[in-house]
Design a protein around this ligand. Sequence first.
Ligand SMILES: Cc1cc2nc3c(=O)[nH]c(=O)nc-3n(C[C@H](O)[C@H](O)[C@H](O)COP(=O)(O)OP(=O)(O)OC[C@H]3O[C@@H](n4cnc5c(N)ncnc54)[C@H](O)[C@@H]3O)c2cc1C
Length: 468
Amino acid sequence: MDDFAVIGGGIGGACSALFLSQKHPTTLYEKEPYLGGCASTFKHKGDFYNTGATTFAGYAENSYMYTLFKTHGVHFQKKKLSSALTVLINDKVIHRFADQTLFLEEINTAFYHPKNREFYTLINELSQRFFHIDGYMYSNASFLEKLSSLTSFFPLLRSFYPYLFTNAREYITSYFGQINPEYLDYLDNQVLIVAQAKLSSINMLTAALALSYQFLDNYYIFGGMGSIFEGIERVLPRVEKKCFIQKIIKTPECFVLQTHRTEFKAKNIVLNSSLFDAKALFEDKTILNYLGGYERLNSDLSAFMVYLEIDTPKHLEHHYQIIVPYTLPFTISNSIFVSFGDDEDRKMKHSVTISVHTTTRQWSKENTLEQKNELEAIIKQIVCEHLGLLPEEIKGSFSATPQTFKRFINRETLGGIPMLSKNLLYKLPANDSPIKGLFHVGDTTFAGQGWLGVMMGVRNLQRLLCKN
Ligand SMILES: Cc1cc2nc3c(=O)[nH]c(=O)nc-3n(C[C@H](O)[C@H](O)[C@H](O)COP(=O)(O)OP(=O)(O)OC[C@H]3O[C@@H](n4cnc5c(N)ncnc54)[C@H](O)[C@@H]3O)c2cc1C
């Protein structure tokens, strides 16, 4: 019997299996034939596409992720980007450069404001200070553990108090005095892609962290995001792929994991399936009550994806955000995020991944095909118009709805728990739980979504387990 069974090979599961395997007999179970979940790379009709995540940030030399990968010999090929993203809004083009001076020229050309320099200096400084503070740990094992773990956040609270309890939109409008509505739309769309919410529903610290994404080291990953997981898989001792865990039975001695063919046993489990979808795995009332308690955090947020195969002589940047003046049908957004493979990346150079925010509710089962076709056509038209691609340079296309994500990744809601002001830290699930032997990791638990947020949860899990 294993000490740990990790269910799901997304960022959280695969990275937890890395540190767990070092000290404990551990098996990672993944339903698909490849690891990565929302950050995987899949093959379709002979070509490769990034499923969802395309940007990779926060891999600074002193970061937890960097140390974890170095310690375990996880290798992948990457290239540092000078600009995290190019934003197209009406007639304006804004390169979100990592270099603050270069970026100030860009933003002042697009949206001049005398306070821009001071504002982005503040944003940059808040983010550096945030990622410098370390040592906190968040537990939910019991009321007392939770209370005591929350005290470890005092340094963060002390340092960021004025920004934690201030609404970001109010802060920004009062900071700038007068601000061009188009500039606000730009800012709203920048925070949406990181925090999964707009300025009006997040606090100023969250907004600052979201806006500072460009100042962190951003990398292009050769061979697709999935190549990071190939690097992880190479060093993991036990990975069971194409292994869908359908039920988990808790017994006094262990957890029994059932697939449609067989059973596995483990003393502890780390769930990397989304917390909201994990309920289907259990029959134990205490566990169901515990998981059900978090249902209120289920935002219903999801994504619509378009994948393109292109063949063009045009040189394109790696990542674009195209903001249009209207909300796209069947979505909640007026922007699309478009990522291109690098010209020198043999595996991905014809591959394009496009995402837009939607909700699961907007995809009625009866009309999905018509909805898909309509939205896919609109998105292709926007891409051609704004990036100068010719329709005949698009050699193939297909799209994915929230239901497609459910079929492949076993989750319909995406983007984790939006970092809303009302979702205060103590309300979030931690990486341990009051149920002995049950742990979670991933973007529906502490600390958040994306490589940066999920890795903070992995680090927290490692600390919680080391403590015991
Ligand atoms: C469209 C989109 C674009 C994004 N862009 C970026 C980006 O550019 N940069 C960034 O950093 N982040 C991005 N994100 C966010 C990021 O991809 C996710 O937050 C992160 O990948 C989630 O990781 P996770 O650990 O929660 O695992 P998940 O990705 O949720 O993976 C869970 C895994 O568990 C498996 N699984 C589930 N249930 C079972 C079961 N019962 N048995 C076996 N296996 C199971 C699934 O198949 C899956 O592989 C994006 C997300 C989306 C949806």
